[in-house]
Write a protein that binds this ligand. Structure first.
Ligand SMILES: [Mg+2]
Length: 392
C-alpha cells in the first residue's frame, strides 16, 4: 500500500456566548481534520490541533509541507514516516504548529494500520483496557456563570454518573505578571482569587454529596508564589488535582509547587514533544502527565511520553478538547496504557464533538467510556455535519 495524497479540512463552530479559561476566550472553535489517501482505497482519518492559531496555517503545513514528504510511502511504516517528517522540518520545527500538523498525519496512519489489520488502534498498541474512566471537563468561565450556576453545572455531571469534574480557575487580573491583558476579550469574565476559591468550594460541596471529586485548571496563568498560595487552599478543599498552574517555561517553579503540595500538579497540555515533556517529568515538575495526541506529536510521540511517565511512576491523562476525531484518537491511546489515568470528556456544547462522527461517545451506565471495536479508530465522518461546519 502507498500513500497517494494528504488533505486537511477546516471545520468552524461559533458560540452564541463565548466561553473562557484563565487566558483564552473562545468566541468560536476550529478543528483541522486530516485524511491520508492510499492507492488501495483505504483512507486514514486524523486531526491536528490548531489551538491559539489560525487553522489555515496548520492546513497549509499539512498539505504543502508534509504531504510531499509522506506521499509515496508505505503507510504501515509509521515510525519511519514520523522520523522523516521530523528530520525534514527540523530547522523550523521540533514543536509548535509543525508538531500539531504531524500529529494529524500520524493519527491517520494508525487509523489506516488498524483498518488494514482489522483491529482497533488500542489493540494494535497493546490493548491494555477495553474501557476508561472519564471525567467531565467543563466549568469554563462564561458571562453570567456565577458561583450558583457553576455549582449547578457540576451537579448536572454528577447526576449523569460522572464521579470527577474539572472547572476553570485563574482568570485573575490581580496575579502579578499574568498575560490576560495581552489576550483577546481580556475584559471578559474576570474574577478575583477569592471569588475563584468560593466557586471551587461551592463545587467541592456539591461533589461531596455524590462522593465525587473536583479538579481545577489554571491554564498557565499563575506565577509560582500565587500557585503555592492558592494550591495550599485548594488542597484543603479536597481538590483532586491542580492543572497547568504555571507558564510552560517555569519548569523549576512547577517543581517547587509540586514539592510544596500534597495535591497533584497535572500538566502540561500546551507543551509539545517528548523532549520538552522529559524536562517536566525528570525535574519532578508534574505528578500527572497530560500530552494530547492531536497536539504533542501524534499517537507515536504520545506513546513515548507515556512510557517516560510510567518509568517515573506517573499516570498519563491525555488532554482532550477538540472534535470527535480527537476524542477517538486520545481514547485509543489512553486505553492502550498500563499507566492510564482519567479520560477528559469535554462537556461544553460542541457539535463537532457530538455530531461529527457516525457514533457518539457517551458515558455508559457503568460509569466508563467503552472503546469502539471497529478497525482503526472505529469512527467515520458524518458528512452532513461536515457540510454544516466546513469552511475550507
Ligand atoms: Mg487543561
Amino acid at each position: 500500500m502507498k500513500i497517494i495524497d494528504v488533505k486537511a479540512m477546516i471545520l468552524h463552530y461559533t458560540y452564541e456566548n463565548g466561553i473562557a479559561d484563565a487566558q483564552n476566550f473562545f468566541a468560536a472553535r476550529n478543528a483541522v481534520i486530516v485524511k491520508v489517501y492510499t492507492d488501495e482505497g483505504l483512507i486514514g482519518l486524523g486531526e491536528s490541533a490548531c489551538f491559539g492559531g489560525p487553522p489555515q496555517t496548520t492546513k497549509f503545513i499539512i498539505e504543502q509541507e508534509l504531504a510531499p514528504i509522506v506521499v509515496g510511502e508505505d503507510p504501515s511504516r509509521i515510525e519511519w514516516i514520523w522520523q522523516k517528517m521530523f528530520a525534514r522540518t527540523r530547522q523550523h520545527g521540533r514543536g509548535g504548529v509543525i508538531f500539531a500538523a504531524m500529529s494529524g498525519i500520524d493519527i491517520a496512519l494508525w487509523d489506516l494500520l488498524g483498518k488494514a489489520a482489522g483491529l482497533p488502534v488500542y489493540k494494535l498498541l497493546g490493548g491494555y483496557a477495553d474501557a476508561v474512566t472519564p471525567y467531565a471537563s467543563s466549568g469554563f468561565y462564561a458571562k453570567g456563570k456565577e458561583t450558583g450556576q457553576i455549582a449547578a453545572e457540576v451537579r448536572s455531571y454528577f447526576e449523569k454518573g460522572f464521579r470527577y469534574a474539572k472547572i476553570k480557575i485563574g482568570r485573575n487580573p490581580e496575579v502579578l505578571m499574568n498575560p490576560i491583558s495581552k489576550m483577546a476579550f481580556s475584559d471578559q469574565c474576570l474574577y478575583s482569587m477569592q471569588q475563584d476559591l468560593e466557586r471551587v468550594q461551592a463545587c467541592c460541596d456539591v461533589a461531596e454529596e455524590y462522593g465525587a471529586r473536583i479538579m481545577v485548571d489554571a491554564n498557565n496563568n499563575w506565577n509560582t508564589f500565587t500557585a503555592i498560595q492558592m494550591g495550599k487552599k485548594l488542597q484543603e478543599m479536597g481538590v483532586y488535582w491542580l492543572e497547568e498552574p504555571l507558564h510552560l517555561d517555569n519548569i523549576d517553579g512547577s517543581a517547587e509547587l509540586a514539592a510544596a503540595l500534597d495535591m497533584p500538579v497535572a500538566g502540561y497540555e500546551s507543551e509539545i514533544g517528548f523532549f520538552r515533556f522529559r524536562e517536566f517529568v525528570q525535574r519532578h515538575a508534574v505528578d500527572i502527565v497530560q500530552p494530547d495526541c492531536i497536539w504533542s506529536g501524534g499517537i507515536t510521540e504520545c506513546r513515548r511520553i507515556a512510557v517516560l511517565a510510567q518509568e517515573y511512576g506517573l499516570p498519563c491523562n491525555p488532554h482532550v478538547f477538540s472534535s470527535g476525531v480527537s476524542l477517538a484518537a486520545n481514547l485509543h491511546f489512553l486505553a492502550s496504557l498500563p499507566n492510564a489515568g482519567l479520560f477528559e470528556m469535554d462537556r461544553n456544547p460542541y457539535p463537532l464533538r457530538d455530531e461529527l462522527l457516525d457514533i457518539r461517545f457517551e458515558l455508559a451506565p457503568d460509569g466508563l467510556l467503552h472503546l469502539p471495536q471497529k478497525p482503526g479508530l472505529g469512527v467515520e465522518l458524518n458528512e452532513d455535519c461536515v457540510g454544516r461546519y466546513r469552511i475550507a
